[in-house]
Design a protein around this ligand. Sequence first.
Ligand SMILES: *Cc1c(COP(=O)(O)O)cnc(C)c1O
Length: 403
Amino acid sequence: MADDVSPAKPKRGFQTRMSHTGRATKQQYGFVNPPLLRGSTVLYPTMADRKALGAKRGERALTYGIGGSQTHWALEDVIAEVEGGTRCAIVCSGLAAVTTPLLAFLKAGDHCLVPDSVYGPARNFCDSLMTRFGVETTYYDPCVDEAGTAALMRPNTTVVYTESPGSHTFEVQDIPAIARAAHAGGAKVLMDNTWGIHYFQPFKHGVDVSIQAATKYPAGHSDVLIGSVTVNSNADWQTLHATVRALGQYASPDDCWLTLRGLRTMAVRLKAQMEAGIEVANWLSHRPEVLQVLHPALPGAPGHALWKRDFTGACSLFGVVFKPEFSVESTHAFVEALELFGIGASWGGFESLALPTTGFLTRTAGSGTFPGPLVRLHIGLEDVGDILADLEQGLAVMRAFGR
Ligand SMILES: *Cc1c(COP(=O)(O)O)cnc(C)c1O
């Protein structure tokens, strides 16, 4: 019975835990899955009940909709399990999972270190709202080492933000080294771990707060926007949770329920997509049109040694740098010619995506410059043979387009 399965048994395999965590069969009328609970008002039988529940505020008590319900809490438990943390807060989007802990762990007068390769909307948040509220951001080379991080620390540096590999350019960060320098300077380490997901265990490598755009592989079907923030200590939970509540952060229970459903199959989807992604990346690395494939799991690719040391697998998102003789316009012709790849943002769904990214990159610390145009690929669950055939005909269109 699911009730008897302890979600806290770390010796059990990932696939087992994804099947059994967050289920309480006896409390869900015997059904396999928890019911979807919707609601704003919670009715109290008596005033004494109201007082008793009110005293439990902050814990998992049904007092009012915004505090969440069993639907949210089951999802929190499963994501905490995925990342190896103690507590998790579910928020309305991946971007909210980025901004909420920044607001929780920074205050006016503080200084924040952010990698140059950070997800674009996170940079926008630092440059707009955080600046307006008196937080200064320094963008740093994502490939910085421990001494380099220490040199960037100031007495008022309270957050060292990380994202590994970096958005669009896939630089793998030396998280343990960065975390040592950050902690020596009294700062918290925040990490956007969307790419690594279960394959990078943030709390084993010095991260304090782990961010997931659960929109990606956890939801997994390109039909939900949702985010999670996971911590590994009670003190960090108190700090985070206070800000989650102050902001009125909430995710629809329908979206939580869909994400829970997605998570039940995430381990097998991830494994299949990892294998397909590596096969496609390897195939591309041997193509005459390609200068470099930015896939950390590919031997010889940038960041491969750090990936091998710190990750146990890879997702299916990577970059392709074409030779300089190809124009940005020819990469547009390439993605438009593809039949199985949609042109679109986001990733982690069951379907393949292609996105020319050269024009999107904002870099201010000198990182992420490549001699040729860049395309980001997300490999879905289609047959690999069909994907390769599609890429082959797309590349022929690209060559014919001219340079
Ligand atoms: C997509 C993404 C986000 C934001 O997630 P949304 O749910 O789309 O808001 C944050 N970080 C990374 C690395 C992402 O790829």
